[in-house]
Design a protein around this ligand. Sequence first.
Ligand code: ZN
Length: 135
Amino acid sequence: MTGPINSLPGDSACPCGGGDYALCCAAYLRRESWPATAEALMRSRYTAFAVGDSEYLLRTWHPRTRPESLDLDDRHWDGLSLTEVLDGTEDDQMGIVGFTAHWSVGRERGTLIERSAFVRRGGRWFYLAATPGGE
Ligand SMILES: [Zn+2]
């Protein structure tokens, strides 16, 4: 069970592994600011998956590839490690972030390995799609 994101205390560890939630993804999930880099957006989207915030996932998805709606499954997201960060700074228009994410459902365990492409649009980073070439 996950409660609303705002109930996650600021001093708890951020689901993305980036340190204290208050200093990591909290401001993005509370819609107070927008991630300044592709990496920060990727981390905040992982956190949104972890807490079940599908609206955040949709709003950070590029309109060209965004689904109409998103039903999150029952997976519990247990950890994230980044394997590659290519561009995606405030000086770029595109960025690639490779990652490994671990999940579980009951006793079942799995790993998601993806290489995500991000683009900047109107000064904001958006998730575009998974790209080929991930190892
Ligand atoms: Zn975080």
